[in-house]
Design a protein around this ligand. Structure first.
Ligand code: GLC
Length: 522
């Protein structure tokens, strides 16, 4: 049998917004546990939970002040034990999110480190003497210089996200060992894998050289990030983490390799000595086009096979840092809108690779307008005009029902709720809903070795028709997705597994605008 991270569908949970069990307006671990049956029923095989560790929440939990403790906002250590046990009972794997590039400035390590240059923890962070910042590295959120002043030692420390997230020095042996102990701590508790936050940032140039200038679309990108990340030493750390994970059985390492070059992420993957999966974000930047998705998938398959032929592909349409796919591909005509979402669903779940679904995607949740005074994301406050609204709009409460506050909470949640008409309760018993469609396609995938493990052959030169064939031990499943508005005629005989907007003739099948045909070939 293939390893679980190759065949299961991953579902990303943003814990603050999934389900509030205690009526304080904030999602929590007990809430997640309560909804595990829903996820099981949907067909989910693994959950990735965004950080729930102790944190002052300067970057919504991606600023950790204790790697081993649950933040009281999300519950207790016992709540996590219960969540893990229930998930395992339901055969759902649990992936936790480790943020090991930086800590919170309130982490006791940094509190010590910043006191004096001869403090034993000082070298656990990255410092530079004043009076000026040593180079041109930028903070991605504020677009200002990434070096922050520490008055006590009269030095700068590095913070490429917010000043509240000082970056650790992975070249320090004690820090390095402590991070590995954090990994072991959670493995011993029984987690099945880790999502490694900005893993390609762990090492920076030892000489701290300035990045060369480069003309790109985004101001943050007016430089080639040659020296502030992506240093070769990180691959040794990946190999070591891999060894540790392997010693606990089949555990997955999934890296967030944030870069404008999609090829780079692929370099972090390797089945024996690197990460199992490095997130492929390319679909997040595509327009709604069969041609563009085809090219993107082809490029990804090529990239990941460069290092090892059985490297695992992966696809995702949305996450907590990007505008939701249902908003990106929104169509003002409601009938077309749902057809489009169903196309995205089939593409995500039938391409060869591990899919990740972002919470709410299965019901068509859209980004929610968050008024300025309610914005929580530091990006919303810092990086005008690059990201005008920040990332709150894609992080709003899960829409469970049409009740007040969408059945997420008894009280006004931490972020405003979206359109209550889009909710789980209404869709769950409606056979035509997006949720029922997701369930159908997930079931098909979960029961088909061809869809989970089979090879893929992508049809070339078909314009807006994205077509591919999956094959496994003599079985063939053909997928046709018509992203365009022009009808396309195909010759396909067999058992139709999933369909929308098709006309079946004696010999030929017509795919109308936004059609889907998944057919098991004779
Ligand atoms: C990653 C996270 C993002 C966070 C950043 C800093 O990109 O996905 O939410 O703000 O790292 O930790």
């Amino acid at each position: 049998m293939p390893e679980w991270w190759r065949e299961r569908v991953i579902y990303q949970i943003y814990p603050r917004s999934f389900k509030d069990s205690n009526g304080d307006g904030v999602g929590d671990l007990v809430g997640i546990t309560q909804k595990l049956d829903y996820l099981k029923d949907l067909g989910i095989g693994a959950i990735w939970i965004s950080p729930f560790f102790k944190s002052p929440q300067a970057d919504c939990g991606y600023d950790v002040s204790d790697y081993r403790a649950v933040d009281p906002m999300f519950g207790s250590d016992q709540d996590f034990e219960t969540l893990l046990a229930r998930a395992h009972e339901l055969d759902i794997k649990v992936i936790i999110d480790l943020v090991l590039n930086h800590t919170s400035c309130e982490h006791p390590w940094f509190q010590e480190a910043r006191k004096s240059k001869d403090n034993p923890k000082h070298d656990w962070y990255i410092w530079s003497d004043g009076p000026k910042p040593p180079n041109n590295w930028l903070c991605g959120f504020t677009l200002k210089n990434a070096w922050c002043w520490n008055e006590q030692t009269k030095e700068y420390y590095l913070g490429q996200f917010t000043p509240e997230q000082p970056e650790v020095n992975w070249r320090n042996k004690e820090l390095h060992d402590e991070m590995m102990n954090v990994l072991k701590f959670w493995l011993e508790r029984g987690v099945d894998g880790f999502r490694l936050d900005v893993v390609n940032f762990y090492f920076k140039d030892a000489q701290m050289r300035s990045n060369p200038r480069k003309i790109t679309r985004m101001p943050y990108m007016f430089m080639d990030h040659k020296y502030d990340r992506n240093q070769p030493e990180v691959l040794d750390v990946a190999a070591e983490m891999r060894q540790i994970c392997n010693s606990f059985g089949e555990r997955a390492l999934i890296g967030e390799v944030y870069a404008d070059d999609t090829d780079l992420a692929a370099q972090f993957q390797g089945n024996n000595d690197r990460l199992n999966i490095a997130y492929n974000f390319d679909f997040l930047y595509q327009e709604f086009s069969g041609e563009l998705f085809r090219k993107s998938a082809q490029k990804h398959y090529q990239s990941i096979s460069k290092y090892s032929s059985d490297n695992q592909p992966n696809f995702t349409l949305s996450n907590h840092d990007q505008v939701r796919a249902c908003t990106r591909y929104h169509d003002s005509n409601p009938a077309r809108d749902i057809l489009k979402q169903k196309i995205m669903c089939v593409m995500l779940l039938t391409l060869r690779g591990t899919p990740t679904i972002y919470y709410g995607e299965e019901i068509g949740m859209k980004n929610v307008k968050v008024p300025k005074h309610l914005r929580m994301d530091p990006v919303a406050h810092a990086s005008f005009p690059v990201n005008l609204f920040g990332r709150d709009p894609e992080r709003t409460p899960m829409q469970w029902s049409g009740a007040e506050f969408c059945g997420f909470s008894q009280t006004q949640p931490w972020l405003p709720v979206g359109d209550v008409k889009i909710n789980v309760e209404d869709q769950i018993n409606n056979p035509d809903s997006l949720l029922s469609f997701y369930k159908l396609v997930l079931k098909l995938r979960n029961e088909s070795r061809t869809l989970k493990e089979g090879n893929i052959n992508i049809m070339e030169g078909t314009g807006e028709l994205f077509g591919y064939r999956r094959t496994f031990e003599g079985e063939k499943i053909q997928v046709y997705l018509n992203f365009g508005n022009k009808p396309v005629v195909v010759s396909a005989k067999g058992k139709i597994l999933v369909q929308q907007e098709i006309d079946v003739g004696e010999e030929l099948i017509t795919l109308k605008a936004l059609a889907i045909l998944v057919i098991q070939r004779e």
